[in-house]
Design a protein around this ligand. Structure first.
Ligand code: FAD
Ligand code: A2P
Length: 276
């Protein structure tokens, strides 16, 4: 005789490392976010990524790297995802519904962690597209504001609607009662948001690289230019973006660091592009 509780456990675990989807929100035709249950034993540092996926047609797990978009104090896990039309995983993943199961390998890793940076005054988050996901985690982690006086979130997408997930997240954060309670009304000034588009008119425009090198972002925000004494940065976008931003940051005198050797900035790919 199998005890009932044991049988129920076996029946509900149809996938290895299964977690249950609790919410799904579609932001555009090509972007959605979802939340899943968090394994009780999963510890991670805000900014890290894990492997998640579904069972493929061959019955084997089809896994991809995903930044955890929720902060480490959250009892659930949130992810922000692209929908690649013919993508092996996302062509299926985009159809998940609350109650469905996904696979989540509970081994978080990554370079976009506060420990990989030296202390400083200002922390710049530089992201394109879904590269905002690790910063969705870090922006919601109070430790970010304990370590830095000001956080500047620069996010660039082709169109304005692609900015919506990040925009709503920042707006909600600025009115977050917990952060307001800890940091007072001043909190709204400690998180600065600089969203731009490149292929559609919007209030702020241009590539992150161009807005940094021209100094436009510093003028618009009334901030001094990036300097190695005061400024730290985290970068997450396509490989081409990462390469170009790295050169810009090095031009300001910053050096790339890692978990093992904290410096002034760290970089991580938001996805592995074609032919890379
Ligand atoms: P794939 O075969 O994996 O990709 C097909 C093609 O689609 C790629 O060659 C590339 O050109 C394009 N592509 C893939 N992902 C993206 C993307 N995010 N934005 C724009 N173009 C893309 N993806 C997320 O959506 N959210 C995340 O938080 C995320 N975190 C990642 C963290 C790391 C460290 C890495 C390496 C990748 C991350 N990715 C993330 C990408 C993810 O691993 C998959 O590539 C993506 O889910 C598509 O899977 P797929 O099987 O459908 O297509
Ligand atoms: P642009 O429209 O000028 O190419 P993509 O969808 O191609 O990944 O791009 C997402 C956003 O990142 C777009 O706004 C795009 O601007 C910008 N971008 C792409 N490549 C770079 C790069 N090498 N440097 C700066 N911004 C980039």
């Amino acid at each position: 005789d199998i005890p009932v509780a044991e049988a129920a456990k076996t029946a509900s675990k149809t996938l290895p490392d299964a977690q249950t989807v609790t919410a799904v929100k579609h932001w555009t035709d090509s972007l959605f976010s979802f939340r899943v249950t968090r394994p009780a034993s999963l510890r991670f540092r805000s900014g890290e990524f894990v492997m998640i996926g579904l069972l493929g047609d061959n019955g084997k797990p089809l896994l991809r790297a995903y930044s955890i978009a929720s902060p480490n104090w959250d009892e659930e896990l949130e992810f922000y995802s692209i929908k690649v039309p013919d993508g092996p995983l996302t062509s299926k993943l985009q159809h998940i519904q609350p109650g469905d199961e996904i696979i989540l390998r509970p081994k978080p890793v990554g370079t976009l962690v506060l420990d990989a940076l030296l202390p400083g005054k200002r922390l710049w988050f530089l992201a394109t597209g879904t590269g905002i996901a690790p910063f969705a985690s870090l922006m919601r982690d109070p430790e970010t504001y304990e370590r830095y006086e000001q956080v500047i979130m620069m996010h660039t997408c082709r169109t304005a609607e692609e900015l919506t997930y990040g925009r709503e997240l920042v707006e909600n954060l600025k009115h977050d009662p917990l952060l307001g309670e800890i940091y007072g009304e001043d909190f709204a000034n400690r998180l600065v948001y600089y969203p731009t588009t490149t292929r559609e008119e919007s209030p702020l425009m241009g590539r992150i690289t161009d807005n940094l090198t021209s100094g436009k972002v510093f003028t618009d925000l009334g901030l001094p230019p990036i300097s190695p004494e005061t400024d730290r940065a985290m970068v997450c976008g396509s490989l081409a973006f990462n390469v170009d931003v790295k050169a810009v940051l090095e031009g300001f005198g910053l050096h790339e660091g890692a978990n093992s050797e904290p410096r002034e900035f760290v970089v991580e790919k938001a996805f592995v592009g074609d032919g890379v």
